[in-house]
Design a protein around this ligand. Structure first.
Ligand SMILES: [Zn+2]
Length: 208
């Protein structure tokens, strides 16, 4: 159709309002101008889901927070994983990002709690130890008398660097330090690992 060609040839619409919407959408992660244009046209169409989306965005912005204890995404702070008496507080799983909690919870085998680092050490990108909450991790280990700390980070250079840093940080303490077994695809993101692979990697976790 004619408007599809117009959308794809890099030109601008005769509507400043639509242009503003396209520019706004194209600032979202993973969206170039072409995808942003397709979404914008969909949003302004008669059968648009825009009103429902606006409501959902508003509610999510108002209600979503990070658990002050573990860093997981939650509406209640502390989150229900941190407050559940069925979860073993002496078993602590360290992950990089709040989305990394999801595959564990979906698979359902893990009975401990979490600590979200919020990133990985990356000297090249300027992420240094001071930028990550290692002091809070140490405090958590002491407060909850953690008996086993499982490092569940991406199988990447940054993940390895961070795992070794945590190992050094906890050296000399009376706790078992383990990490997921291989099985997480090399260079792969933990959050997108399937449940069976994740459960195997957990079962066969190994010491440092
Ligand atoms: Zn929590």
């Amino acid at each position: 159709m004619a408007w599809e060609r117009e959308a794809n040839d890099g030109g601008e619409f005769q509507s400043p309002a639509l242009e503003r919407l396209v520019r706004g959408l194209s600032r979202l992660p993973g969206l170039g101008r072409k995808s942003a244009t397709r979404i914008a046209l969909h949003l302004v169409a008669r059968e648009s889901p825009a009103d429902e989306l606006l409501g959902a965005i508003g509610a999510a912005r108002a209600q979503v927070t990070n658990c002050g204890n573990c860093g997981a995404i939650t509406e209640a702070d502390p989150c229900r994983i941190c407050t559940s008496e069925r979860r073993d507080q002496t078993l602590l799983c360290v992950v990089a990002s709040p989305v990394d909690v999801l595959p564990f919870e979906k698979a359902g085998f893990y009975r401990g709690r979490y600590f979200v680092l919020g990133g990985l050490l990356s000297p090249l990108d300027g992420v240094r130890a001071d930028d990550l909450p290692f002091d809070r991790l140490l405090a958590r280990v002491e407060r909850d008398q953690v008996a086993e700390l499982i490092i569940a980070l991406d199988a990447s250079v940054e993940g390895e660097t961070t795992a070794l840093y945590v190992q050094r940080l906890l050296q000399g303490r009376h706790l078992q330090l383990t990490r997921l077994a291989t099985g997480i695809p090399v260079g792969g993101a933990l959050a997108y690992t399937d449940e069976v692979t994740l459960q195997r990697a957990y079962q066969f976790r190994r010491g440092f």
